[in-house]
Design a protein around this ligand. Structure first.
Ligand code: AGP
Length: 608
């Protein structure tokens, strides 16, 4: 999704803007631009394509200034061209960058055209800059103009605004899209993600909904949605810079796959010291789990798959009913909410527009609590929920979610165990599962050792156009996650089915050109899965199996088997995800795709 960076200082800020944009590249974008103010003039440079192209153009033009805004655009209204790239200008002096969508832009545009404004782009953003121009022409100063225009804009957005006539301030607005203010020494910044600013500061203010910030070199003033000047807490960034560097790895995705043992260790830290530790999982609020009679899970994409696994666990281990729904569907329909329902949102970023909207719309009195399972402590989702269970995966930069998923699963398993305990499940059973969970980092390491074998296997997939993924029980969502990974980074069409559904339709697709991947841990559904696999084999399908020795499946049966470590039942969804991540990674690399920033996708989907 779009990224914003802005800076005001005594020195040239162009480098800060470009570096910030590069650090936001992971969000996904298709054009980039910047505007800086120097000696009373506004200089703008924009390019379709990558930030590297913008950087070259800015170097060639020797673009310099002590105040500036910059943007990576993920096209929504209008093609990814230079003329649609931000910043957008009105006249020669005023520039705006914008994340999000202005829903009423069409009527505003018509009015502005009638008022004599000429539009040079197809974007919804351009209405904002002309509206500001109109307010300035009517005698307002920049801050007044922004405060006057904001109520006219419907939708979710974040803005950065500069004017060559007011070189001592940068105005920022948060209304539905995230924006942080970074605090430096004699200079200050804005960005849509704190990661963009880590080279220059570790001190941040997270703007809240409706905040307008006036950012100056020597200070920041924030006005809240009611027009009142407010003080917001300053947060110190608590990660390390290395987390957001690729290090020795070719791609962030590969680095993040291999970070999983350490990430899982962090997720479990202090939470698995026997069943008593479950009593504190949600702090003082953990007691509320005793009253929970139903759980509604809401999420998107990979996080939705994590929710689907949790549903199996919750009904099986805690005996609590559970529904899981994608947020974009949930938010637009009426629901019957059973009494004493716990609402659980799952999100890596905590900024996914649909998940946030679903949370905000879940107002029934039958919800007894709203819990965010999230990787980002400072996110909107965490701030707007009464309870949070942090997954502690560390920054995830690759668009394809990897360590975020496995840590979500580990955190959700803890939540299920805490719920089971609150519902009177025997401590002995819970203690056994917690003891098993201690093995998670080492089992993950064992699964990662299959990397070489999976690299070899990947060659069989490179020329294929379609792939089928099969699983049963908790492995069905794992198969869905495997299919999502393959399609999003290798662009090979992939579908997942519960293996028992094969003969109800998809079996018709199976032939030698359709590889079938099955995740087959040695669980109670294994025998049934084996029958499904025979159905594939009998139709000439190429079968690739991830299974342990005890499953007694071998290449001799006409399958290609990759032998997994023996894994306790409840950990299998976490460990069996690893080879599927590696498979999609290697296939994508062999196909030469942009692994960390696949086409058309964004890391954090902050628009509907
Ligand atoms: C998965 O690889 C994708 N990045 C995507 O499906 C993602 O999981 C989805 O957009 C939800 O994001 P969130 O977890 O940040 O809410």
């Amino acid at each position: 999704m779009c990224g914003i960076v802005g800076a005001i200082g005594e020195r040239n800020v162009t480098g800060i803007l470009i570096t910030g944009l590069k650090r936001l590249e992971y969000r996904g974008y298709d054009s980039a631009g910047l505007a800086v103010v120097a000696e009373g003039l506004l200089h703008r440079v924009r390019r379709a394509g990558k930030v590297a192209g913008l950087e070259m153009a800015a170097d060639e033009a020797a673009t310099q200034g002590t105040l500036g805004i910059a943007h990576t655009r993920w096209a929504t209204h209008g093609k990814p061209t230079e003329t649609n790239a931000h910043p957008h200008m009105s006249g020669d002096d005023l520039a705006v960058v914008h994340n999000g969508i202005i829903e009423n832009y069409q009527s505003l545009r018509e009015q502005l055209i009638a008022d004599g404004y000429r539009f040079t782009s197809e974007t919804d953003t351009e209405v904002i800059v002309h509206l500001l121009h109109q307010a300035l022409a009517a005698g307002r100063d920049l801050l007044q103009a922004v405060s006057e225009v904001v109520p006219k804009l419907h939708g979710a957005y974040a803005l950065g605004v500069v004017s060559a006539d007011e070189p001592d301030r940068l105005i920022a607005v948060r209304s539905g899209s995230p924006l942080v203010v970074g605090l430096g020494i004699g200079e200050n910044y804005i960005a849509s993600d704190q990661l963009a600013l880590l080279p220059v500061t570790t001190r941040f203010i997270f703007l809240q909904e409706g905040d307008v910030a006036e950012v100056r070199r020597d200070g920041v003033q924030i006005i809240d949605a009611k027009g009142v000047a407010v003080e917001r807490k300053v947060h110190e960034f608590d990660g390390t810079h290395e987390d957001v560097e690729k290090g020795e790895y070719r791609h962030f995705m590969l680095k993040e796959i291999f970070e999983q043992p350490a990430a899982l260790q962090r997720t479990l830290e202090g939470r698995i010291n026997g069943p008593e530790s479950l009593a504190h999982l949600l702090g003082e609020r953990t007691e509320l789990l005793q009253r929970v009679r139903n759980v509604q899970i809401i999420a998107c994409g990979t996080s939705y798959h994590a929710g689907m696994v949790a549903r199996y666990w919750l009904e099986d281990l805690a005996g609590v009913s559970c529904q899981v729904e994608v947020a974009s569907e949930f938010r637009y329909r009426q629901h019957v909410v059973p009494e004493n329902t716990l609402l659980v949102t799952i999100s890596q970023s905590g900024e996914t527009a649909d998940t946030l909207a679903a949370l905000r719309g879940a107002t029934s009195a039958h919800y007894i609590g709203r819990l965010a399972v999230c990787n980002v402590d400072s996110s909107s989702l965490v701030r707007e929920s009464e309870m949070a269970l942090l997954t502690r995966a560390g920054p995830e930069i690759g668009v394809a979610s990897t360590k975020a998923f496995t840590t979500q699963l580990a955190a959700l398993l803890l939540l299920v165990l805490a719920t089971a305990r609150a519902h009177g499940v025997r401590d002995e059973l819970l203690a056994d599962i917690l003891t098993d969970m201690r093995q998670l980092p080492s089992l993950t390491e064992q699964a990662l050792r299959l990397d070489g074998a999976i690299h070899e296997l990947s060659k069989d997939f490179v020329e294929k156009h379609h792939t089928l993924f099969l699983g049963r029980g908790t492995q069905y969502p794992v198969a869905m996650e495997g299919a999502l990974k393959l399609k999003e980074i290798s662009y090979i069409h992939a579908e997942a089915y519960p293996a028992g559904e094969l003969k109800h339709g998809p079996l018709a697709l199976v032939d030698k050109d359709m590889p079938v991947v099955a995740v087959a841990p040695n669980d109670e559904l294994l025998e049934k899965l084996k029958s499904n696999l025979q159905e594939v084999r009998a139709r000439g399908g190429e079968l690739y199996l991830f299974a342990d020795h005890h499953a007694e499946l071998s290449d001799a049966d006409g399958f290609t088997v990759l032998t997994m470590p023996k894994v306790p039942e409840y950990l299998a969804p976490i460990i069996y995800t690893i080879p599927l991540q590696l498979l999609s990674y290697h296939v994508a690399v062999m196909r030469g795709t942009d692994v960390d920033q696949p086409r058309n996708l964004a890391k954090s989907v902050t628009v509907e």
